[in-house]
Design a protein around this ligand. Structure first.
Ligand code: AMP
Length: 397
């Protein structure tokens, strides 16, 4: 199979779909350039191998055609800087004669950024003719935008048909897919997933898919109380989705049938307010007092979760097990992070993904002590649900 490692870029113009949808402040200063730095290895590989790079992305949510505040030109100086001062050109559009001319004139080692793809509704519409016009600018297509791999847009998937032999994953997508597959397709056992966060409803499909592959499923966070109430527990004012109680019971039943061990909290920290100043007590997870809510896992639960994690060889963590944004309720989430770090240091493969767990590992300063952090959000969640992502399938087909 052709990969970014073995593909010969010399004399070629590589169209690279990146996710440069970065946050900008009112002066168009980039406030977080993670997504840009993440694409650097792929861009550098192309130009260092004697190719020219044509970089394309969306930025923000333009509604009706071009809007200056969403212009890719705001990113050009910073891109040039993080590439070590290489000159970066900007095209007036992503299709059309003027853009075509600029692309045609590119020499090896040069970089051209196309204007925001979403200035054309055809991008999100997955328009074939639009994709064809973009395709005409380059000799090969590299998909390095995992964050939108779950969308069948013109530049993320549809364009692949114009490069039957010359389509590749960039380094970022490649490492995302490899890391997720390590967990989902060939986990070393025992495989433990820790699902936290607020709602059962947003995690239900992932949980159901994971029941096919995990040995242990730790459930924490706000989801706990839907499970407790469904089993007849008292949950006071804790978060609960009554409509999902039957599904919670169904998960418990399916887990038993499949031999998956479900690990739920046995004790929790209940609080009389959603605040740092709240009064707190440790209580059994199914005996929360009226007027109080469970906002973190308790000490017995921490020990229980820690033991399961420490014996695991593959660990997937999605979602905090408490309201970790408030210091008073961050103990459980921090303990989970520490347990994962410890298991990783003993050789386990650990993958952390989903916005809030990534925020948690950053907050606790352990980002470099887990095996892989997926920042892809929606795309990663869909992958965990077992869905085929159009942007991945387009390269592999
Ligand atoms: P999610 O986006 O579904 O992963 O949810 C993340 C959010 O869940 C975080 O903002 C946490 O504060 C919140 N959360 C975690 N545990 C609880 C809990 N016991 N009660 C209420 N919210 C919680």
């Amino acid at each position: 199979m052709q990969t970014i490692e073995n593909y010969d870029f010399s004399g070629k113009k590589a169209l690279i779909r990146v996710d440069f949808n970065v946050p900008l402040d009112e002066n168009f200063v980039i406030t977080d350039d993670t997504r840009m730095t993440a694409a650097l290895p792929t861009i550098k590989k192309v130009i260092e191998n004697g190719g020219a790079a044509i970089i394309m992305s969306h930025l923000g949510r333009p509604k009706k055609g071009p809007e200056d505040k969403f212009s890719m030109r705001h990113l050009v100086p910073h891109l040039s800087e993080i590439l070590g001062g290489i000159k970066v050109k900007i095209a007036p559009d992503c299709i059309g004669d003027a853009t075509k001319k600029m692309a045609a004139a590119l020499k090896p080692g040069e970089i051209l950024v196309l204007e925001n793809l979403r200035f054309h509704p055809e991008e999100e519409g997955g328009d074939v003719e639009f994709a064809k016009q973009i395709a005409e600018l380059g000799d090969c297509w590299i998909n390095d935008a995992f964050g939108i791999a779950h969308r069948a847009h013109a530049s993320t998937a549809v364009i692949a048909q114009f490069f039957p032999k010359d389509k590749l994953f960039g380094y970022l997508v490649d490492s995302e897919v490899k890391s997720l597959d390590k967990v989902l397709k060939a986990p070393r056992r025992p495989f433990t997933a820790i699902m936290g966060g607020s709602k059962v409803s947003s995690k239900i499909t992932i949980i159901e898919n994971l029941l096919n592959s995990v040995d242990n499923l730790i459930i924490g966070g706000g989801m706990t109380y839907t499970f407790m109430k469904a089993q007849g527990g008292k949950i006071g004012g804790s978060l609960c989705e009554d409509d999902f109680m039957p599904m919670a019971l169904d998960i418990l039943k399916k887990a038993e049938q499949k031999g998956v061990k479900i690990v739920l909290a046995v004790d929790v920290i209940e609080a009389d307010a959603f605040a740092e100043t709240a009064n707190t007590r440790v209580v059994p997870s199914n005996k929360i007092d009226d007027g109080w809510s469970g906002l973190d896992i308790g000490p017995k639960t921490i020990e229980m979760f820690r033991k399961v994690i420490s014996e695991s060889k593959t660990i997937l963590w999605n979602g905090p097990v408490g309201v970790f944004e408030i210091e008073k309720f961050a103990t459980g989430t921090k303990a989970i992070g520490d347990a994962i770090v410890e298991a990783t240091s003993k050789g386990a493969f650990s993958l952390v993904g989903g916005g809030d767990s990534v925020a948690a590992v950053n907050k606790f300063g352990i980002a470099d002590k887990v095996s892989y952090i997926s920042t892809a959000g929606g795309a990663m969640l869909e992958y965990l649900e077992g869905r085929v992502l159009p942007g991945i399938a387009a390269v592999l087909e």
